[in-house]
Design a protein around this ligand. Structure first.
Ligand SMILES: [Zn+2]
Length: 368
């Protein structure tokens, strides 16, 4: 059973008051001084509550409604053929409940239109969160407008996110990043996700570029033949509070840059496969020492929102062997560090949130 950073404790027990962890240790020792309700989980492996570092809950009504395996342009066309932004409250509630049942205690949600509503739903259901208002488009916000609402929530905070280099103006991305940094929040951005992005960032061309242009969303990336990571670096978007999501199409030089800038990487393996974008060089990214975590992405590009299933997919396909602690860190401690919430999440220690998950039996063999 997992207690503090990467440590395994047999006969593990956790004492909490509903809000904070009061004490952890071996039950045989703790029970002598404990009186209160006891919940015996049986012979299971307990881990810290899982953290989903990338999801779009406003798309929760789109399960099974998009094409699979045909690449990003076809996927986005099928996405846009659906009603997108009238929030289906019930679908979002069901998605949050599904995440909780599969052990997720915290998520980074990205919303284009419904940030405040999704935040309220997560708050009501006790899901820890960053509700990120995603900046997309090239029109600068009106004078005095903020990148995200400054509302108080019980279980989370609002934050800003950038959609991507190709769909969001450079000055806007820099503004969101600055606002997140000033508030001590992470800055998530989809980065190096697909071939379409490569072409737009480098040359401003392609079918997808034409679609974006038609919608008034094509950002001027300078057409200097740069790779997405190079361009993001040039814009000053890469540092230790950046959460670069996807990183499918990164070269060894790109990985060096991300590492040097201490960027956190969120991999979304099943989403990339679902869309047909290929897969990130997981092995190189993880072995480089980059702080790496996992996200499911939205149900519009995945089969479910279970991080256990995400981890299982990664472990079954990755070509290096990951020790259990390193594998589990991808959905717990690494994510907590990336999101700057490691004072409350990511390990089961005194003072942190009493949220935990148990390893599903079929994953025990894969992990241990
Ligand atoms: Zn996404």
């Amino acid at each position: 059973m997992t207690g503090g950073e990467n440590s395994v404790i047999e006969d593990f027990a956790l004492i909490h008051d509903g809000k904070d962890i009061i004490e952890t240790g071996k039950w045989s020792e703790l029970k002598n001084n404990f009186s209160g309700e006891v919940k015996d989980l049986g012979d299971v492996t307990v881990v810290p509550g899982l953290i989903n570092a990338h999801v779009h809950l406003e798309l929760s009504h789109l399960r099974g409604k998009t094409v699979q395996g045909k690449g990003f342009t076809d996927w986005i066309k099928s996405l846009l053929s659906n009603p997108l932004y009238d929030l289906d409250t019930e679908a979002v509630q069901d998605a949050v409940k599904e995440m909780r049942v599969s052990g997720t205690a915290f998520c980074v949600d990205i919303s284009t239109r419904n940030c405040a509503q999704v935040a309220s739903i997560m708050d009501d259901l006790g899901m820890g969160f960053y509700a990120c208002c995603e900046a997309i488009g090239i029109q600068p916000p009106k004078e005095g407008a903020r990148f995200f609402p400054q509302k108080e929530y019980k279980y989370g905070r609002a934050a800003g996110a950038g959609h991507s280099l190709y769909s969001t103006g450079a000055r806007i991305l820099q503004g969101v990043k600055k606002a997140d940094n000033a508030a001590g929040l992470p800055f998530p951005i989809h980065l190096a996700e697909n071939a379409e992005e490569d072409e737009i960032v480098a040359y401003g061309t392609g079918e997808f570029a034409d679609m974006l242009k038609g919608a008034g969303l094509l950002a001027d990336c300078g057409s200097k033949g740069l790779r997405p990571v190079e361009y993001a670096d040039q814009l000053g978007l890469l540092d230790e509070s950046t959460l670069a999501v996807h990183c499918v199409r990164v070269s060894e030089d790109d990985i060096d840059t991300l590492n040097k800038r201490r960027v956190n990487v969120c991999l979304c393996p099943r989403s990339n496969t679902y869309i047909g974008e290929g897969r990130a060089p997981w092995e190189l990214i993880i072995e480089s020492g980059i702080n790496t975590c996992l996200g499911t992405d939205s149900i519009a590009s995945n089969y479910d929102l279970s991080l256990w299933n995400e981890l299982e997919y990664l472990l079954k396909n990755i070509e290096i062997s990951l020790p259990a602690a390193e594998a589990l860190a991808l959905v717990t401690s690494n994510s907590a560090k990336a999101l700057r919430i490691d004072d409350l999440y990511g390990s089961l220690e005194k003072g942190k949130r009493p949220v935990y998950a148990t390893v599903p039996p079929h994953l025990e063999d894969l992990l241990f």
